[in-house]
Design a protein around this ligand. Structure first.
Ligand code: NAD
Length: 295
C-alpha cells in the first residue's frame, strides 16, 4: 500500500520504519525537517503539508503530540488533511488525545467522505521499535478490519474497543488506573522501608498477597527491588512522568466533561504535576516514589 504518515517523532519514526519493513511505501510529513530527512534517507517521498501528504495515498496514519495538533493537522485551513485527501481514504490517528476531539474530528472526516479510526497505543518507544505495540481502536467494525493489517505491521495486539473515540477512552482510563496503582505502590514501599522493612522482602510479601499489582511485581518503583525496572537504573528510559501527566490531564478533563467523579485520578494528576514541577518530568513515571523518600 502507499501510506501517508504524519508525525515522525519518538513513536512515529519507528512505526513508519516498520511499515517500510513490511513492504509498504510512504509519503511523509513533519514540521521538523531533520525528522523528515531520516525517513527520506530511507526512500520515502516527502510532502510539503498534511494535505499534500494525504494525496495519492490509500491510507493516512497520524502520530502527533496532542489534541490541538490533531485538530489542526486534520482540519487546518488549506493545509489540513481534510483539504487534500480524496473521499474514501481511511484515516488512522494513533496519537493519544481526548475522546471528544477524537469524535469531533472523526465526524468532520465522515462529512468529508472519509472514515476514521482512533488507534492510540501502549508499549512505548520500545514497543514501537520492536513492532509489538498494542493498538486500542475506536471506529466502525468494517474500518477496524481495514486498518488491522496495517496496524499489525506495527503492533502485536490490535483490539477493537467500540465506536469512534473508544480507543482513547481505553487508553486514558487504563493509564489512570496505572498511575493510581503506581502511587499506591510507591506509598506502601516507602512506608514499609521507613518502618524498618527490607524493601525486597516487603515486595515479596505484597506480591504473594493482596497488595500485588503490575507496579509492584513487574515495575517496582523502589530501587534495587527489580533489576529490570527503571527504578534500578536511575529512572531512565521507560514511560516518562510528563507523558503520564499528559494522560492524567486528558482523563481528568474527560471526567469533568462527563460529570463523573475521579477522586484518585485527580489526586494522581496533581501529584504528577508537582513531580514534574520539581524537575522530574523526564524520568520514568515510577520515579513518583521520590515524593515519599529521599534518594
Ligand atoms: P513526539 O513529540 O516525539 O512526536 C510527535 C511529532 O509530531 C513530532 O515529530 C512533531 O514535530 C510532530 N508534529 C507536531 N505538530 C505537527 C504538525 N502540525 N504537523 C506535522 N507534524 C507535527 O511524540 P511521541 O513520543 O512520538 O508521541 C506521539 C503520540 O504518542 C503522543 O500523543 C503520545 O502521547 C503518544 N504516546 C507516546 C508514547 C511514548 O512512549 N513516547 C507512548 C504511548 C503513546
Amino acid at each position: 500500500m502507499k501510506i501517508g504518515f504524519i508525525g515522525l517523532g519518538h513513536m512515529g519514526n519507528p512505526m513508519a520504519r516498520n511499515l517500510l519493513k513490511h513492504g509498504h511505501t510512504l509519503k511523509v510529513f513533519d514540521v521538523v525537517p531533520d525528522l523528515v530527512k531520516k525517513l527520506s534517507d530511507l526512500g520515502c517521498e516527502v510532502a510539503s503539508s498534511p494535505a499534500a501528504c494525504s494525496q495519492g495515498v490509500e491510507l493516512v496514519v497520524t502520530m502527533l503530540p496532542s489534541s490541538p495538533h490533531v485538530r489542526s493537522v486534520y482540519t487546518g485551513k488549506d493545509s489540513g488533511i481534510l483539504h487534500g485527501v480524496p473521499a474514501g481514504v481511511l484515516l488512522i490517528d494513533s496519537s493519544t488525545i481526548d475522546p471528544h476531539t477524537s469524535r469531533d474530528v472523526a465526524m468532520d472526516a465522515r462529512a468529508h467522505g472519509n472514515n476514521m479510526v482512533d488507534a492510540p497505543v501502549s508499549g512505548g518507544t520500545g514497543g514501537a521499535e520492536a513492532g509489538t505495540l498494542t493498538f486500542m481502536v475506536g471506529g466502525a467494525v468494517a474500518d477496524f478490519e481495514k486498518a488491522k493489517p496495517i496496524l499489525q505491521c506495527m503492533g502485536k495486539n490490535i483490539v477493537h474497543c467500540g465506536g469512534a473515540g473508544n480507543g482513547q477512552v481505553a487508553k486514558i482510563c487504563n493509564n489512570m488506573m496505572l498511575a493510581i496503582e503506581m502511587i499506591a505502590t510507591a506509598e506502601g514501599m516507602a512506608l514499609a522501608a521507613k518502618l524498618g522493612m527490607d524493601p525486597k522482602v516487603f515486595a515479596g510479601i505484597a506480591n504473594s498477597s493482596s497488595g500485588r499489582c503490575w507496579s509492584s511485581d513487574t515495575y517496582n518503583p523502589y530501587p534495587g527491588v527489580l533489576e529490570t525496572a527503571p527504578a534500578s537504573r536511575g529512572y531512565s528510559g521507560g514511560f516518562g512522568s510528563d507523558l503520564m501527566l499528559k494522560d492524567l490531564t486528558l482523563v481528568t478533563e474527560a471526567a469533568k466533561a462527563a460529570k463523573q467523579p475521579v477522586m484518585l485520578g485527580a489526586a494522581a494528576q496533581q501529584l504528577y504535576q508537582m513531580h514534574s514541577a520539581m524537575g522530574n518530568g523526564g524520568l520514568d513515571f515510577s520515579s513518583i516514589i521520590k515524593l515519599y523518600k529521599k534518594d
